[in-house]
Design a protein around this ligand. Structure first.
Ligand code: FAD
Length: 470
């Protein structure tokens, strides 16, 4: 019979919660495991926060996840919330460029054109820009196809600057809020590197890989989209998991200040209040900016996450439907970096997620804060609202102030996976495995920022711990 192992999880965001949930399940199955989840703040969930007000379901942080990455759906099913899963309504999405909203051309996969007709018709690119993009059809593969380069460098070479700046950059930076000329291709969109390796041309290669929409028809009889969320709000998953955990295993309002390996091989977890606790294994589920401070200096990796995570804010605004003088039939828009607006994107949440908004009302959610300019995030709520409304008014013609609004600031929240991120992450894991065996780093700083990526990283850490029981 293996010896009982105690696991300490640092950080109670979705990553730490997932780890605690699966460790609890392992314990219930009779495995000799106990755990403590330590969270610095007074609540669990990290970036997941939902507000319920007047029939609205308002997400302050993430609002959904990519359904084809199964780890999140698995967690939701295990937590007993599968009946609350809803897909997004599909609809036309737009990109703003040259002061105009353009339809995202049909067939564009993450901005890579795969259908000729819509690409030729769109006014998003000039004839020269289109001709340059078509060069992708004949350009050879990159010679050093296995080395990492920036997302910007890769796409500029294949499709030209115009397609990158007017379409690809606004779409991709919505996910990473980063500078695409610094973001790592291998760690953010490795599928494009694979497509080039396999098919040479991105346009031809992506044509064969277009994701299929779900077969379930949506509210308006259209195909359902590829994103999922919970009709009860994403925070209902946090609450459900918390209910399933043993309350004495959750420590809130406790900030970890260091992790020390003792001579016995066990770990001492120091808390900021001067107390400590011990563990046989540790899951570091705090962002790397925190995690690196908890580890001894010789385990940190030079240059890893050298650029601080980007700060962003979301602004959710509720209006009566009549306030929208020019309601556009679609799900929202992203904005090219060259535009003079402060907002970077806007989701027409009432259209994309009808369950979030009562009849006769409209819910808009805008983003502010980008890699090269985050000052707006630190302005007052009133200033942010005023700036957002001014931008929206020029784009959509909104007459009134919102009935209510919420500004949610997420300071240094979007990790920047820069070129060679993967190699640096591998070095961190090697350092941990050599000097801190049984300690695992997981969460948004490493193998994907999306909720399913965070969940998968927690699953992986728990699996290692369970497999190493001796
Ligand atoms: P966090 O949620 O940051 O949790 C880390 C936890 O660690 C926090 O609770 C923190 O208090 C705690 N902590 C920190 N330091 C210590 C310490 N010293 N001791 C103890 N505890 C500590 N992803 C999607 O898939 N879909 C989306 O629609 C989406 N939208 C997003 C919108 C916004 C505005 C943001 C900011 C992110 C979005 N993301 C989205 C990304 C996703 O939300 C995050 O990557 C994910 O929630 C991160 O989870 P995590 O557990 O790794 O970290």
């Amino acid at each position: 019979m293996p010896k009982r192992q105690h696991v300490v999880i640092i950080g109670g965001g979705i990553t730490g919660l997932t780890a605690a949930f699966y460790l609890q399940q392992a314990k219930e199955k009779g495995l000799p495991i106990t755990y403590t989840l330590i969270e610095a703040s007074s609540r669990l969930g990290g970036k997941i926060k939902t507000i319920h007000r007047d029939g609205f379901v308002i997400e302050r942080g993430p609002d959904s996840y990519l359904g084809r990455k199964k780890s999140m759906t698995r967690l939701i099913e295990q937590a007993g919330l599968a009946d609350k899963l809803v897909n997004n309504e599909t609809g036309q999405a737009y990109v703003m460029s040259g002061g105009t909203l353009h339809r995202i051309p049909e067939g564009a996969v993450m901005g890579v054109p795969t259908k000729v007709g819509p690409f030729i018709k769109t006014k998003l690119f000039s004839p020269a820009g289109k001709a340059r993009a078509a060069l992708d059809l004949v350009l050879p593969r990159r010679e050093e196809a296995d080395t990492d380069i920036s997302v910007g460098h890769f796409f500029r070479r294949r499709l030209g600057d115009q397609v990158v700046e007017n379409l690809i950059e606004p779409l991709l930076s919505g996910i990473y809020a980063g500078d695409i000329d610094r973001l790592s291709l291998q760690s953010t969109f490795p599928q494009f590197q694979d497509v080039e390796k396999k098919s040479r041309s991105l346009i031809l290669g992506m044509k064969q890989n277009i994701p299929k929409p779900s077969d379930r028809p949506g509210m308006y009889g259209k195909k359902k989209g590829q994103f999922l969320t919970l009709s009860s709000g994403l925070e209902s998953l946090v609450e459900r998991i918390e209910e399933r955990l043993e309350s004495e295993s959750i420590w809130k309002n406790k900030k970890v200040s260091g992790v020390v390996r003792e001579e016995t091989g066990r770990y001492r977890i120091d808390l900021e209040d001067g107390t400590n606790t011990h563990a046989d294994a540790v899951i570091l589920a705090s962002p790397y900016s925190v995690t690196k401070q908890l580890l001894p200096e010789h385990l940190r990796v030079d240059g890893f996450h050298a650029t601080p995570s980007t700060s962003v804010a979301t602004v959710a605004m509720a209006f009566p439907a009549s306030a929208l003088k020019k309601d556009i039939n679609g799900t929202g828009f992203v904005i090219s970096r060259k535009e003079p607006t402060t907002i970077t994107a806007c989701t027409w949440t009432h259209r994309k997620w009808p369950h979030t908004t009562p009849e006769g009302m409209v819910l808009l959610r805008c983003y502010v804060g980008r890699a090269n300019n985050q000052d707006i995030v630190f302005e007052s709520d009133e200033t942010i609202l005023k700036t957002v409304l001014k931008d929206l008014n020029t784009i959509m013609d909104i007459a009134d102030e919102p009935q209510f609004y919420y500004v949610s600031r997420w300071v240094q929240s979007m990790p920047q996976y820069e070129v060679n991120h993967k190699q640096q992450w591998e070095r961190l894991q090697a350092n941990l495995s050599e000097h801190f065996p049984g300690v695992y780093a997981a969460g948004a700083s490493y193998e994907g920022v999306g909720l399913p990526d965070c969940v998968a990283s927690a699953e992986k850490a728990v699996m290692h711990i369970v497999q190493n029981l001796r």
